[in-house]
Design a protein around this ligand. Structure first.
Ligand SMILES: [Fe+2]
Ligand SMILES: [Fe+2]
Length: 352
């Protein structure tokens, strides 16, 4: 916790003793820091009770929060199609997928709680617009084919980003990612299969699939974040082994995976500059319009306002469920309290 590292308040007559303590604490911190660095260098996992630098904790909270928010905001564009899915089979698959995303949010908020930040606090920041979620979810889902394009490209990009996070240095985050990646893999396949069915369908269906891919391709490439040269957090995150690959490396990997898949789908990726580079053994691709990325990130995407408004409303409408769950837990804790040892007082009175 950040407060553990704040200097203690000392009375004047204790100042000398305090100075000695401070010096000792500095030596201790240096020792703790080198133990932490050695553990990271040796690919050992950092666990919640281990000492960690404040900046490492803050970086993880920021990244995990943004990831958790993306999972739950990401439910909206696709949930939009549940009532209009073209068959019972498609509806069941889509419902399962959207539910998975809620589960991913829960695993991730729980991982953030192990760092001392509550889910309530993170949700408050999301609702106040003080924390971000992935900009990709600020684009609209205009047709049924968008459900396929999201599964194939957006979940596909998420997997490319997240598989290396299974080896992240922070234990709870890494373990959450193992399960999330397995489920994302199902999401990617359902999107691919949906697009394949449309691509092989009527000319209108094929055109609908192509149109969805045209709209989702470039925003998917932006999901990997700004180019390495402009990415402010990348280098430190790589040193801490939170990140294992740079934004540009992961983006390139994703492009190379998608090109043959697009061919199998019978669909075209909307980039005239996309071609195999024999020398590099990778695909070259066209310039990304980063002005669009920054504009959407700043809140000017087609759906930013709609997504946050709907999220806040869902939170308010769910208040009675949270209250009922808390009342139920309190009732059971009253019922059991005679059988448990006395617990220390809460902080409630101090802030009242
Ligand atoms: Fe997810
Ligand atoms: Fe997903």
């Amino acid at each position: 916790m950040a407060t553990a590292h704040q200097p203690p308040v000392v009375a004047e007559d204790e100042a000398v003793a305090g100075a000695v303590d401070t010096a000792a604490a500095a030596v201790d911190t240096a020792a703790l820091e080198s133990a932490f660095d050695a553990a990271v260098a040796a690919d050992e996992r950092i666990e919640p009770r281990d000492w960690m630098p404040d900046a490492y904790r803050a970086t993880l909270v920021r990244q995990i929060a943004q990831h958790a928010h993306s999972e739950i905001i990401g439910m909206q564009p696709e949930a939009n199609w549940i009532t209009r899915a073209p068959s019972l089979r498609r509806k069941a698959i889509l419902m399962a997928k959207v539910q998975d995303e809620a589960g991913h949010g829960l695993y991730l908020y729980s991982a953030a709680e192990t760092l001392g930040t509550s889910r309530d606090e993170l949700l408050d920041k999301l609702h106040a617009g003080r924390q971000k979620y992935s900009s990709i979810f600020n684009y609209p889902t205009l047709t049924w084919a968008d459900v396929g394009a999201i599964g194939w490209l957006v979940d596909g990009a998420a997997i490319t980003n997240q598989v290396p996070l299974c080896r992240c240095s922070y234990g709870p985050y890494a373990r959450a990612m193992v399960r999330i990646c397995k489920e994302e893999s199902f999401h990617q396949r359902q999107g691919y299969e949906l697009l394949l069915a449309l691509s092989r369908g009527t000319p209108e269906q094929h055109e609908m699939a192509q149109d969805a891919v045209n709209r989702w391709w470039w925003p998917s490439l932006m999901m990997f974040g700004p180019p390495d040269a402009e990415s402010s957090h990348s280098e430190q995150s790589m040193t801490w082994k939170i990140k294992r690959h740079s934004n540009d490396e992961l983006r390139q990997r994703f492009v190379d995976i998608c090109v043959p898949q697009a061919e199998s789908l019978g669909l075209t990726l909307p980039d005239p500059d996309l071609k195999w580079n024999e020398e590099r053994g990778q695909h070259d691709f066209g310039a990304i319009d980063w002005s669009e990325f920054w504009s959407v990130l700043k809140g000017n995407g087609p759906c930013n306002e709609q997504r946050l408004t709907q999220r806040r409303r869902a939170h308010e409408e769910g208040a009675w469920v949270r209250e009922a769950a808390a009342a139920y837990a309190a009732k059971h804790s009253d019922h059991d309290k005679d059988r448990r040892p006395a617990t220390p007082g809460t902080h409630g009175e101090a802030t009242a």
